[in-house]
Design a binder for this molecule. Structure first.
Ligand code: PEP
Length: 264
């Protein structure tokens, strides 16, 4: 039986003190009989304060990104050993915003490409995280144009192939995969439940066919894209949706706690 997992992606929001206050509020709002795993991924600078506020609670602290090299001349980058030292237990990899596929473009396409990581860099980050025993949350998902061209399943299979290249089934038992349709992130548009379940099932089948049946039964597949208290219960009831990666709604303690309760 897979344990449900609900992770908040704070993106570029909240200073250290604001982050600590949010963790305190989530702690206070968590049901005593909470059966789900809960994580929050603050910006790097707020990790220490959030970790401190989460001590002796069920809330695990994650990061939003990592660089794969161990140390050196990589200005602005953060390594797995830095994350480990800060007590980080999970890390998002390949989010559509770091892949450069912003749902809503507010900068020119030439600027967006600077954020663009490839399946190859996602793969390097995943390997570094697994080596450091930090749970990777691999994000996959199609843009609106790709969906409209009927390419959803192929795009996701390509992201899985590239992201997981050279990593064997027995190295992947902590892996979490998040299906995040790019057109549903931060837009208020949720993928309808049957379709979200279909794609999550397709991801699980891909794992069975390309790694192992055993891994496909334990790997957790989350849905992300405008998850909120109003739709969480319906999504999390599906057999192949093991919880959610929650952006905007994770910044409000009451809303986030209701989403967590929906997973219980
Ligand atoms: C996300 O950032 O991963 C996300 C799903 O955002 P939102 O819930 O705001 O759509």
């Amino acid at each position: 039986m897979r344990k449900k997992l609900v992770v908040g992606n704070w993106k570029m929001n909240l200073t250290s003190s604001e982050g600590a206050a949010l963790v305190e509020a989530i702690r206070a709002g968590l049901a005593i009989a909470n059966h789900s795993e809960v994580g929050v991924c603050p910006p790097f600078l707020s990790i220490a304060a959030a970790k401190n506020a989460a001590s002796n609670s069920a809330i695990r602290i994650g990061a939003q990104d990592v660089f794969w090299m161990t140390k050196g001349a990589f200005t602005g980058s953060i390594s797995t050993s830095m994350l480990q030292a800060a007590g980080v237990e999970m890390c998002i990899v390949g989010h559509s915003e770091t892949r450069g596929k912003f749902g809503k473009l507010e900068v020119s396409p030439s600027t967006v490409s600077y954020f663009g990581e490839t399946d190859e860099t996602v793969n390097l980050k995943l390997k570094a995280l697994l080596y450091a025993s930090i749970t990777p949350i691999l994000c996959v998902g199609e843009t609106l144009a790709e969906r409209e061209a009927g390419q959803t399943d192929t795009v996701i299979a390509t992201q899985l192939e590239g992201g997981l290249a050279g990593i064997e089934a027995d190295e992947l038992d902590t892996l979490v995969i998040a299906y995040e349709p790019v057109w549903a992130i931060g837009t208020g548009k949720t993928c309808d439940t049957p379709e979200a379940e279909r794609v999550c099932r397709m991801i699980r089948d891909w794992v069975a066919a390309n790694r192992s049946t055993e891994l496909s039964l334990v790997v957790r597949v989350l849905y992300g894209g405008s998850v909120k208290s109003a739709n969480a219960k319906e999504l999390f009831r599906e057999p192949n949706i093991d919880g959610g990666l929650v952006g905007g709604a994770s910044l409000d303690a009451a809303e986030f706690c209701t989403i967590i309760a929906a997973a219980n």
